[in-house]
Design a protein around this ligand. Structure first.
Ligand code: ADP
Ligand code: MG
Length: 260
């Protein structure tokens, strides 16, 4: 069982406060989604939870242990992160990239074991990249590259996965495919998923639980049906909700601008 919580997190870039007193508990074995306007601090929050950034105040606990007092390897065996715009070494193959996901499980000079190879092959199959595994990253489309990064995070075989806008470069079909894959892994492997999503309707459909971040603060949280109201969306996202519907028990919205 892996438990991830943040307690009173403050984070500054220079003098600018980016995260303000955020406390949260990542729902265990669920899919949670962080939503919020551009620049509200979503990526910063995710990176702080993954120990990429260090908070100025507050703690992040993974299984009750402060992540800033744990080794990178210790964390990487439990938690993987797929960043928003990973900078990739372009001259490696998809398969080699996915093997990087196995590093936390390997000793300093050890070679790949069958377990590593199996995990890599599984991740390539799940992300439908088998036929592309020998391609170099620079030979891939944005969407294919996105899937390669996801495969690397999956090959890490952690109990918790954090993803920053995993559907950004994908067409609608692949957006659903990736989200369905995460849902299947959540249900079948009890994977705890926390991700940032831009699309509020997808956040509502796939999120068991939502965190709304606004101006560096945790503005609201809850199940989509409890949390996503017309008033909240209009306040936080500065749009008009034109119509609200319900699909599979989840609220869905048609938006219009404030002007028209
Ligand atoms: P979001 O993911 O919600 O769009 P971010 O977490 O990326 O927002 O950014 C939150 C704020 O922090 C923004 O104002 C952004 O400009 C600022 N910021 C992000 N990264 C850095 C950095 N490395 N240095 C300085 N400011 C940053
Ligand atoms: Mg972001």
């Amino acid at each position: 069982m892996v438990n991830l919580t943040g307690q009173n997190i403050d984070l500054k870039f220079g003098p600018k406060k980016i995260l303000r007193d955020i406390s949260l508990e990542v729902p265990y074995e669920k899919i949670s989604v962080i939503i919020g306007p551009n620049g509200s601090g979503k990526s910063t929050l995710l990176k702080t939870l993954a120990r990429i950034l260090k908070p100025n105040k507050g703690n992040i606990l993974l299984d009750g242990k402060d992540i800033n007092r744990s080794s990178s390897k210790e964390i990487a065996q439990k938690l993987s992160l797929m960043p928003q715009s990973p900078s990739s070494p372009e001259d490696i193959t998809v398969r080699d990239l996915v093997f990087f996901g196995r590093h936390p499980h390997q000793g300093a000079f050890s070679r790949n074991t069958k377990k590593d190879t199996d995990a890599v092959e599984r991740a390539l199959a799940l992300t439908k990249l088998e036929s592309l595994k020998k391609r170099f990253l620079h030979q891939l489309s944005g969407g294919q590259r996105q899937r390669a990064w996801l495969a690397m995070a999956l090959a890490q075989e952690t109990d918790v996965i954090l993803l920053d806008e995993p559907t950004t470069y994908l067409d609608l079909h692949y957006q659903f495919e990736i989200l369905d894959l995460l849902k299947v892994l959540n249900l079948e492997k009890k994977l705890t998923v926390m991700m940032v999503l831009h699309d509020l309707n997808l956040a509502s459909l796939y999120g068991d639980y939502l965190f709304v971040v606004n101006e560096g603060k945790l503005y609201a949280e809850g199940k989509p049906e409890e949390c996503l109201s017309k008033g909240l969306l209009e306040d936080v996202f500065k749009v008009q909700v034109h119509e609200t519907m319900t699909t599979r028990g989840k609220p869905q919205f048609i938006f219009s601008s404030n002007v028209h």
